[in-house]
Every structure is written in structure tokens, then in C-alpha cells.
Unconditional design. Sequence first.
Length: 229
Amino acid sequence: MTYPNILIVEDEAKIAALLSDYFKTENFNVFIISRGDRVLGFMDQQPLDLILLDIMLPGMDGKKILREIRKFSSIPIIMLTARIEEIDILLGLELGADDYILKPFSPREVVARVKAVLRRTREDINPEKIIIGPFSLSPQCHEVKINDRVLKITPNEFGILKTMVSRPNRVFSRGELVGRVQGYNFDGYNRTIDTHIKNLRKKIAAHLPGTEVIHSVYGTGYKFSLTLD
């Protein structure tokens, strides 16, 4: 049996050690790095299944690391932060984080959230490509194309779009989208869904000007409906 490889990037030694103990109990292979500027080099040497990434780090901050990783990898990344300002949370998700966890946290909750993200990622390993009109979604590589042009989107944006494209004209509430994309429901994400939808609409409009495919349903949520001239 192959156990997941997880990298904990955290400069507070006690937090890193505590998380490591919990993950090892769950049969994870755990690696710890305390400086941000060592992450990219480590990724070249060690295959990983998921990264727990603190935002405040010496050497290179977590958001910059996230930007750099997303240039070449869609590996699941969960951000750890002590900042409660919503702008930091939204920015982290828009940059391509799969989830975020606020400090202080329960190690058991962290383990549960990591398992949920990995479970969602593994469900996408072998599904068939989804093609509808000019849209082509490849779950295995989290790639979306519109008229054969790649649409650059974050992992969460991909999950939202895939959920809706798989069931055209079906209305999804914000809570449903959170549950399907994150693997569990959490009220704090409901407003971030609106941000992701706004970003998706803007990116799609650049490829299909004048065409609205993600529709708001007042008091309910969103649906994907494609009508082309």
C-alpha cells in the first residue's frame, strides 16, 4: 500500500511537530520545511501528494510560493494562516489554493480537511473528458479549453465549473458547490463561491465575448446553460 506524501511548510517548530505526529498516526509520509525559499527545490527532489503551506514564512512568503508552484503544478495546496481578514483568504484561493485553515486550529480538523482534498483529487484521476459545445474539460489534468484554447483557472474554479458543466441547466446552491468542490460543507466558503463565479465569468468572457454561460438564479444559486448563436 502506498501512503500519501505530505509537505508541511511551517516555521513554528511546535506546530509543525504537532501536525507531523497526527499525520504519521494516519500513515502519512511527512516532510517538514521551515523556510519558504527551500520549497521549490525540495519539490524537484521529492514527489508529493499535498502541501500544507503557511503564509508567513522566512525566505519567501506563502503567497509567492503558491504563485510559483501554480506556474508548473496543480498539486493540492492548503494554506495555513493566522490572518482573519477576508481579503487574505480570497486572495489565497484566487491564486490557486485548494483550501485554507485559520490558526489556531485543531490538528484533527487539519487531517480531516487534508483527507477531503486528497479524496476529491483522486476522484478526478480517471474520469472521462467532458465536452459540451466549445468547452472541453479534462479532469485528470484539471485543464479547460474553449475552442481549443486553454482557459487558465485555479483548482477551485475548475471544480466549480466541472460540477456545473456535468449537469447543464441544473441549479446548484452555494452550499452544494462548496460541498462538491471542497469535499465538505463550511459556511465560511459561501461568499467565496461568488468570487470564484465572478472570476470564471470574466475568464470565459475573454474567450466567448457576449456569451453568458454561468447564470445566477435569484435566491438559489448558479447554473451552467449554454446557448450559442
